[in-house]
Design a protein around this ligand. Structure first.
Ligand SMILES: *[C@@H]1O[C@H](CO)[C@@H](O)[C@H](O)[C@H]1NC(C)=O
Length: 329
């Protein structure tokens, strides 16, 4: 019994080491992901997906495999709502296989996934979805609440946005939210904000990318998330964040902030889509697609390129930007 426990512990330790988890001075856990020898990186971004393949989830997965191969991606980002309707029931919920392992089967997608939780994930057993036990079932899976991914030229700041939204606390309706390790809300979100702000201030990365489930700007059914506009956006604007990437609205969007260089990118088209809602927004809308799809992100020291794709793998919208090259020392 003891030997078995020790062996499991060793396995867990090894799987953690494999991810290059390094100690951090701040409160947010920090992961490192190596990038290409030439200093560039590419990734795919998908959100709002886990529906056992239905609502075109399988078609999106197929095209992700194709584009992932073409771009030789380093990793995949999930913007949350990983398992519908109510997250996972436990670590042995077969939804994990039916909606994840058995769907994203392409060779190019067998890379590390970095996931945040969405509001639907909070309606299940959150501790299970975050559990290392799932990594032993499928090693590409990784989901945490708020954390930092250091990818050399870029730092990704993953933020657990569900607890910010007051509605889920006050008017949960028929849904139950798993607030274990979260409640009380005020302390939790104050810590997230403090940790995020100090991590952003210390960041020396070329690109700063914040990932959360909920929208800051959206022209679709959920619109802007007022709690994030009040509490999170000022921190992002004051700390040279380049991109805010989210899901929640089941569509693809690109909106530019009027008051800062931040680009708001929604990649929430992983399965059920076509809500048929469009509400104009005060900020600059570049692109809105109400159907299924995903996004790619390609970064070098001096450039970023974002492309949105539909279920045929057609590139629907491309946006790129350059930064002055770093001067040689
Ligand atoms: C699947 O995708 C096709 C092509 O975009 C679309 O016409 C169809 O309505 C989608 N099906 C569902 C269930 O959303």
């Amino acid at each position: 019994m003891l030997l078995r426990a020790m062996a499991l512990y060793l396995l867990l330790l090894l799987s953690l080491l494999n991810l290059n988890i390094i100690s951090s001075l701040g409160e947010l856990q920090r992961l490192e992901h190596p990038i290409r020898a030439d200093g560039s990186l590419s990734a795919l971004v998908i959100g709002d997906w886990g529906r056992t393949g239905s609502f075109n989830q399988t078609d999106v997965a197929f095209q992700m495999g194709r584009i992932g191969e073409k771009l030789d991606i380093n990793f995949i980002i999930s913007t949350g709502d990983n398992f519908y309707e109510n997250g996972l029931k436990g670590v042995d919920d077969k939804g994990f296989d039916d909606s994840f392992s058995s769907i994203y089967t392409a060779k190019s997608l067998q890379k590390q996934w970095y996931s945040v939780l969405g509001n639907h994930d909070y309606r299940g057993d959150v501790i299970a979805q975050l559990s290392p036990a799932l990594r032993r079932i499928d090693s590409k899976w990784l989901c945490m609440r708020s954390f930092i991914l250091d990818a050399e030229i870029a730092e990704f700041f993953f933020v657990d946005t569900t607890p910010f939204v007051m509605h889920y606390w006050r008017n949960p309706g028929h849904s139950t939210y798993d607030w274990r390790d979260v409640a009380p809300r005020d302390t939790y979100i104050a810590n997230v904000m403090k940790d995020l702000e100090s991590a952003l201030k210390e960041s020396t990365a070329r690109w700063r990318i914040v990932v959360g489930h909920h929208t800051i700007r959206s022209v679709s059914i959920h619109g802007d998330t007022s709690e994030l506009n009040q509490l999170l956006l000022p921190i992002l604007q004051a700390n040279n964040v380049d991109l805010y990437i989210n899901g929640h609205d089941h569509c693809l969007q690109h909106i530019s902030d009027m008051d800062s260089p931040i680009q708001f990118l929604t990649s929430g088209g992983g399965s059920k889509a076509w809500r048929g809602v469009f509400n104009s927004n005060r900020d600059g809308l570049h692109f809105f697609y109400d159907g299924q799809g995903f996004m790619s992100l390609q970064l070098t020291q001096s450039s970023v390129e974002v492309v949105f794709y539909n279920t045929n793998g057609d590139a629907l919208h491309k946006w790129s930007m350059s930064k002055e090259p770093l001067s040689a020392i």
